[in-house]
Design a protein around this ligand. Structure first.
Ligand SMILES: *Cc1c(COP(=O)(O)O)cnc(C)c1O
Length: 369
């Protein structure tokens, strides 16, 4: 049996007609940059997340970069974040000229260990940038408490967490500003690159909006140095077609996660994900820890099961961040996660047979010597 890590064709099939109609309307209008379709989508995202403002942007990476720029973060500043995330999180901080300051992760959630943040706060610290990894929100109460005490911004990297909830509130409404990605493999994926920035702050929103178009307002008058961070109308309409189904897809992923977790109860060598109290996790990934991880991956692939490692190298060990001066062993939990974890297929359209096959195969690979 073949079980890909992600099968977007299964999700697309029932939406094909509606998507093509929406795309065709954009072509007929020849209105490709911003315009009413982008605004409509932003309004739908405001309603979905509960954020006062939502701004469509060119990618999740650009959402982070724009948020950092609009908050005035740059050279000489420090931003505290996790080393166990997709590169863009720390890459965006570094691109502003600021210094990413890493804090190890919590071994259960894989999110930044909020108890270790305060020790890293200096007079240069401007913001905390937690990532809601795999679709579960970070320990936001603790993070916001530290931010408030030291006068720091909180930038949420919610790229993997659109629709995730923390104590009843949505990701993207828990800090100063929220950043999302519509890369096709995220729970809400476009037909290419796209992203979103959310905030409740009117003044910050006005700045974000201008900086999305080169800090321009009115036309050809530039108050700030921004960039081209615009979302395409084509992406906006594709995403608008998908948005009404997003919660069903989250629920499908959660059901699949529950299926796996139950199946793995009989094999204590497989450590399954845990949803923390007060969280609604959207399982952008279902991550397990297993012994002999690389052998197990080879076995899964040989059995036709897609799997991957998110992420094989903690960011403090990346070549481009050598200048930060971190050594191996600096963040033991992040390094351990990088060597022990793997992601299983979790997308909503998996059949029971596929799930059973994945579970049985993983258990037999882990149990075999
Ligand atoms: C995907 C992702 C990003 C970047 O999003 P793009 O749309 O690919 O630029 C940033 N942070 C995290 C945690 C991600 O998973």
């Amino acid at each position: 049996m073949q079980v890909p890590l992600l099968d977007l064709k299964a999700q697309y099939a029932p939406l094909k007609e509606e998507t093509m109609k929406a795309v065709s309307e954009v072509f007929d209008s020849q209105y490709f940059i911003m315009g009413p379709k982008v605004r409509e989508f932003e309004e739908a995202m405001e309603a979905y997340t509960g954020a006062k403002h939502a701004l469509g942007v060119s990618s999740g990476t650009d959402a982070l970069l724009l948020a950092l720029m609009a908050l005035g973060i740059g050279e000489g500043d420090e931003v505290i974040t996790t080393p166990y995330t997709f590169f863009a999180t720390a890459g965006s901080i570094a691109r502003t000229g600021a210094t990413p300051v890493f804090v190890d992760i919590d071994p259960i959630t894989f999110n930044i260990n909020a108890n270790q943040i305060e020790a890293k706060v200096t007079e240069k610290t401007k913001a905390i940038l937690p990532v809601h990894l795999y679709g579960q929100c970070a320990d936001m109460d603790k993070i916001n408490e530290i931010a408030k005490k030291h006068g720091l911004f909180v930038i949420e990297d919610g790229a993997q967490a659109i629709g995730a909830k923390y104590k009843g509130k949505d990701a993207g409404t828990l800090g100063t500003v929220g950043c999302f990605s519509f890369f096709p493999s995220k729970n809400l994926g476009g037909a290419g690159d796209g992203g979103l920035v959310t905030t409740d702050d009117d003044e910050l929103f006005a700045k974000l909006e201008k900086m999305r178009v080169h800090g321009m307002h009115p036309k050809y008058y530039h108050q700030y140095i921004g960039g081209n961070f615009r979302l395409d109308a084509l992406q906006a309409v594709v995403l608008s077609v998908k948005l009404p189904h997003l919660n069903d897809w989250h629920e499908g992923r959660r059901r699949n996660a529950a299926f796996y977790t139950k199946a793995f109860e009989k094999c204590e060598k497989i450590i399954t994900p845990r949803e923390m109290n007060g969280n609604y996790m959207i399982f952008n990934q279902y991550i397990v820890r297993v012994p002999r991880r690389d052998e197990v991956i080879a076995g899964l692939k040989a059995a036709g099961i897609g799997c991957d490692i998110y992420y094989p190298v903690s960011l403090h060990m990346q070549e481009c961040f050598k200048y930060l001066g971190y050594k191996q062993g600096a963040f033991p939990e992040a390094e351990k996660a990088a060597s022990e974890t793997l992601a299983l297929p979790i997308y909503a359209e998996l059949t029971t047979e596929q799930k059973q096959y994945v579970a049985d195969t993983l258990i037999s690979l882990v149990e075999s010597k």
